[in-house]
Ligand binder design. Structure first.
Ligand code: AP5
Length: 181
């Protein structure tokens, strides 16, 4: 079961991916988490990615695609995964299609006001949670990632999840979608 989680910053993708990972015993792979780990390690990739991540811009497609490809080749991802934060551009969606299949795309939907409140309420101290960077991330999402909604709708893989609900309500919807044939 290869599942992609799509949606704007702060909508709750990461939270749902981790809970779904526990429920379905498949890894949750968050590209933001992977990039932040590389930045913390000060690896070559981390050094190249840091400026983009901290300022709320997208890391260049080829860097992220290589990272995801390598991660999906690991043994624990062979039976499936919850991929959170990739693809984020049409180029990435096309690349993903070349190296693996996608079974379903969960499209997390909530108004801007809700996602801004959620990011402000998060206490992790991420550099990209600064108020001006939050707005840039939302703009980048609208410009680069939102077109993927149509991309995946055309592929008949898209399932909307009402992410204004509490975590239990969101999980219930995801599990229903994933349990359908
Ligand atoms: P990434 O880490 O993916 O950030 P994001 O997409 O902006 O998403 P967030 O982690 O902010 O939010 P989320 O939707 O996961 O919400 P969460 O569950 O945390 O990416 C960071 C950066 O990395 C990018 O800006 C870019 O630079 C780079 N990057 C990553 N992937 C890339 C790619 N493919 N290409 C290029 N660059 C890439 O929830 C938010 C808060 O709300 C939490 O406090 C949570 O507890 C709370 N919450 C969650 N669900 C609910 C609920 N149902 N009800 C109430 N509260 C809730």
């Amino acid at each position: 079961m290869n599942i992609v989680l799509l949606g704007p910053p702060g909508v709750g993708k990461g939270t749902a991916a981790k809970l779904l990972s526990e429920k379905f015993k498949l890894p949750s792979i968050g590209t933001g988490d992977l990039l932040r780990a590389e930045i913390a390690k000060e690896s070559g990739l981390g050094r190249r990615a840091q400026h983009y991540v901290d300022s709320g811009q997208l890391v260049p497609d080829e860097l992220v695609t290589e990272m995801v490809k390598a991660r999906l080749l690991q043994d624990d991802a062979k039976k499936g995964y919850f991929l959170d934060g990739y693809p984020r551009t049409t180029e990435q969606a096309k690349a993903l299609k070349e190296f693996t299949t996608t079974d379903k795309v969960l499209n997390f939907v909530a108004p801007k006001k809700t996602i801004i409140e959620r990011i402000r309420g998060r206490g992790e101290g991420r550099a990209d949670d600064a108020p001006e960077v939050i707005l840039r991330r939302i703009n980048v999402y609208e410009e680069k990632t939102q077109p993927l909604i149509d991309f995946y709708r055309n592929e008949r893989l898209l399932f909307d999840i009402d992410s204004t609900m509490n975590v239990d309500g969101v999980m219930k919807q995801c599990i229903e979608v994933l349990s359908e044939e």
